[in-house]
Design a protein around this ligand. Structure first.
Ligand code: ZN
Ligand code: FE
Ligand code: FE
Ligand code: ZN
Length: 264
């Protein structure tokens, strides 16, 4: 199985499990590598209630160390962060990037301005929203994140569909500019299996996006976005089939921001 680089820890307040249990699950799933990438701190604090606090970073490194001890000689452990792309965040991302020898940083769009649109508490707000307008803003934001060059991996590309809000018609009009920006920036994307367990009932991204990304030469990683040990490597067989159907023949391994390919 490929590596799983997008996984969380209890330090973000909405994940569970001990590092040893995550490692055991990664081994049981037969993953090539296990990467830990919790929700990065964001200033000013408290920013929201679903991320690590800045003061928790030492605990994060201890958590990673426990994983490394459990994994020793059996599976490589990589460490990164899932960072939020927010207006004006560049200096903060650079600040975070300098605090550790991260293997990679994941960039995610969970916010449009001050709206964390993927938070279930906002279902009422979604019901009142112009879906096409939100999609336009989301994809513009996503392309800007790619162009920033701050991230190794771009997270859950079409997260905006999480609750099943999708504009009518061919979605390629949204996908194409984003894929072009991602390809031009040389970023990796992830095929994130968590979407299969959300109201949208699709992986992130959808098959149509994945086909465009493959044609544009955008490299791919698979990820579970696990928030508990039993979610590590979840649905990877299904994800491999989806990636292959989109034309992918390889996934990517990352160590200290350096990429290698692995046959799918
Ligand atoms: Zn989370
Ligand atoms: Fe996320
Ligand atoms: Fe995540
Ligand atoms: Zn995520």
């Amino acid at each position: 199985m490929p590596a799983d680089y997008h996984t969380h820890t209890p330090l973000c307040f909405h994940a569970q499990g001990e590092p040893e249990a995550f490692v055991d699950a990664a081994l049981a799933a037969g993953l090539t590598e296990y990467g830990i990438s919790d929700h990065a701190p964001q200033v000013p604090e408290p920013f929201d209630d679903w991320r690590m606090l800045e003061a928790s970073l030492p605990d994060y490194f201890l958590w990673v160390e426990r994983a490394r001890i459990r994994a020793a000689g059996r599976i490589p452990i990589r460490v990164g962060l899932e960072c939020d792309w927010l207006p004006g965040c560049e200096p903060w991302i650079a600040n975070l990037a300098a605090r550790h020898d991260w293997d990679y940083l994941i960039g995610s769009v969970h916010y449009l301005d001050t709206w964390d649109f993927d938070n279930p508490k906002w279902l009422g707000r979604w019901a009142e929203s112009d879906v096409a307008e939100v999609w336009t803003r989301y994809w513009k934001t996503y392309a800007q994140m790619a162009e920033s060059g701050l991230f190794d991996i771009l997270g859950h590309p079409d997260l905006v569909k999480k609750f099943g809000h999708t504009p009518p018609g061919d979605l390629a009009r949204y996908y194409e500019p984003a894929v072009n920006a991602i390809a031009a920036a040389g970023c990796l994307i992830e095929l994130n299996t968590a979407g299969w367990h959300k109201p949208c009932a699709e992986a992130y991204p959808a098959a149509g996006f994945l086909e465009l990304a493959c044609s544009a030469g955008v490299p791919l990683v698979l990820s579970s976005d696990a928030h508990a040990p039993n979610e590590i490597g979840r649905d990877f067989a299904r994800a491999i089939a989806l990636a292959k159907a989109a034309g992918y023949r390889e996934t990517t391994l990352i160590d200290q921001h350096q990429r290698r390919n692995e046959t799918l």
